[in-house]
Design a protein around this ligand. Structure first.
Ligand code: 13P
Ligand code: SF4
Length: 315
């Protein structure tokens, strides 16, 4: 069936088709917290980048349909290379991941004094292959703390996460000038406005936000860290959420009795939103788009990811 035909079906019809196809194709759905709610409902497993990487390692069935962006699907393929990994829209990339190339990273390594290169998972496999160890937003502090204190560290590509981690660990990091276009747009004025509108609310933001925004928030956490914070602090009834809309929707749906407010309107990752129910169904039927990584790159990139999992655990 063509994608156009799938796009004419209702959500109920798509869920039925997908459930039949999942059995036929022996597939599971790994879904990131920023997906639209109808796609989140497909999840066999939903989480942040670290949790999804850990879940990918454990998949036993033949096919992973990854509802997220390209680097996440690529990490799943690197960590469980025997599985077929599908990304329902091949245009679903992460612009921050494109802010560093393997060549630019090789040049930078030469400019500094043999630094340890710590690369945020929001990067291509080719960049991971030029790196010593990876990190995610939820384990970056732990990863930096695990490194020898007498070596320089080059942190790639998110300058905001890098500066947050530098502050939390007291380490001086060389920061790559990359950023996330969704989180980098949050401002101090957004925090001031949110506190005026919701004076009793706790403000929690993603560490991809600018340092001055994190500074004025009450907490910073990865997307799954935010889900966890709401569970752990049942006594807090109002939250302002400084991250992408998909997670705000998830938290609102899961906590109808709480006040859940976005830090700013329109914090939307257009790349995450490229995945739809219709594309997920079509991708599963037509085995699109299969993620592949050349062996030479995969071997080195896998090492950087495996080192990360050695430090932060495989769960
Ligand atoms: P998390 O790992 O916190 O889910 O973040 C991924 C991401 O792309 C944030 O923009
Ligand atoms: Fe990349 Fe930002 Fe989208 Fe996350 S929210 S996938 S960092 S562009």
């Amino acid at each position: 069936m063509t994608l156009e035909k799938y796009q004419r079906l209702s959500d109920d019809e798509l869920y039925k088709k997908i459930s039949r196809l999942k059995e036929e194709r022996d597939a599971v759905f790994l879904v990131h917290n920023y997906q639209v709610l109808p796609v989140q409902r497909l999840a066999d497993f939903i989480g942040d980048s670290l949790a999804l990487a850990q879940a990918a390692v454990k998949v036993q069935v033949g096919t992973i349909v990854f509802c997220g962006v390209h680097f996440m699907a690529e990490s799943a393929k690197l960590l469980n290379p025997g599985k077929q990994v599908l990304l329902p829209d091949r245009g679903a990339g992460c612009p921050m991941a494109d802010m560093v190339t393997p060549e630019a990273l090789r040049q930078a390594r030469k400019r500094y004094n043999n630094p340890i290169v710590v690369t945020y998972v929001n990067s291509s496999a080719a960049v991971k292959a030029e790196s010593d160890i990876c990190c995610t937003s939820s384990n970056a502090v732990e990863i930096i703390n695990s490194l020898p204190s007498d070596r320089e560290i080059l942190f790639v590509p998110d300058k905001n996460l890098g500066s947050y981690v530098a502050k939390m660990t007291g380490r001086k990091l060389i920061l790559w000038p990359g950023y996330c276009y969704v989180h980098n747009r949050f401002t101090v004025q957004d925090i001031i406005n949110a506190r005026e509108e919701h004076p009793g609310a706790t403000v929690i933001v993603h560490p991809e936000c600018p340092p001055e925004v994190i500074e004025r928030a009450d907490m910073a956490a990865s997307t799954s860290g935010m889900v966890q914070a709401l569970k752990e602090h049942a006594e807090i009834s109002e939250w302002v959420i400084g991250t992408e809309d998909g997670l705000v929707e998830q938290l609102s749906a899961a906590n109808p009795q709480k006040g859940i407010y976005p830090l700013a309107v329109n914090a939307v990752c257009r790349n995450m939103k490229m995945i739809t129910l219709a594309k997920a169904a079509w991708a599963l039927e037509n085995q699109k788009y299969e993620i592949t990584v050349p062996d030479q790159v995969a071997t080195k990139a896998r090492l950087a990811l495996e080192r990360m999992l050695e430090v932060s655990g495989r769960k």
